[in-house]
Design a binder for this molecule. Structure first.
Ligand code: ZN
Length: 168
């Protein structure tokens, strides 16, 4: 399962009007998304269920929004972004898997229909990442951002919350 690929294909690749400048912003955005998914994976691993869910994804996105990436992180995530944008055929990810994932996503949506909105779940881990994630979630609403890239990122957080009916 590769959330960032699905997100990218669903939301961005359809837009034929993307120009070069936007392309660079987009690349950084994807790099940040990739990194956010890694954080989400850590938060999931350090939790009780070890299963990556919407709460973990939102936690990862919020963490990445509020903590600038180091040069090294940016470099490795940009490589990943380039791979995705060049539609690397070597990728371990095929369209059948993607369909399965999307189908699962639809099933999940049906289950969510009857559920009510709830506060985001956090884990109790005390490692630096998980601690910082909880701090960020607490400060999220007072975090103002007007720069295009971060605004885009905030939109991604909002839509993930809406999909999973999560309140930060
Ligand atoms: Zn942890």
């Amino acid at each position: 399962m590769n959330l960032i690929n699905v997100f990218f294909k669903n939301n961005l690749i359809m837009d034929q009007r993307i120009e070069n400048v936007q392309m660079n912003i987009l690349k950084c955005f994807i790099a940040q998304m990739d990194s956010a998914m890694k954080i989400a994976g850590i938060v999931a691993d350090h939790g009780e269920t070890k299963i990556l869910d919407g709460d973990n994804v939102v936690a990862g996105l919020v963490y990445r929004l509020m903590n600038p990436m180091s040069d090294e992180e940016m470099y490795s995530s940009l490589n990943k972004a380039n791979e995705i944008m060049n539609n690397d055929t070597e990728s371990d990810y095929d369209s059948e898997e993607e369909e399965e994932f999307l189908e699962e996503g639809n099933k999940y949506d049906d289950e969510l229909k009857d559920k009510s909105w709830r506060k985001i779940k956090t884990n109790n881990c005390n490692c630096d990442v998980c601690k910082r994630v909880r701090e960020c979630l607490q400060g999220y609403h007072s975090y103002e951002t007007y720069e295009p890239l971060t605004t885009k990122f905030k939109d991604a957080i909002k839509s993930t919350c809406e999909t999973h009916k999560i309140i930060i």
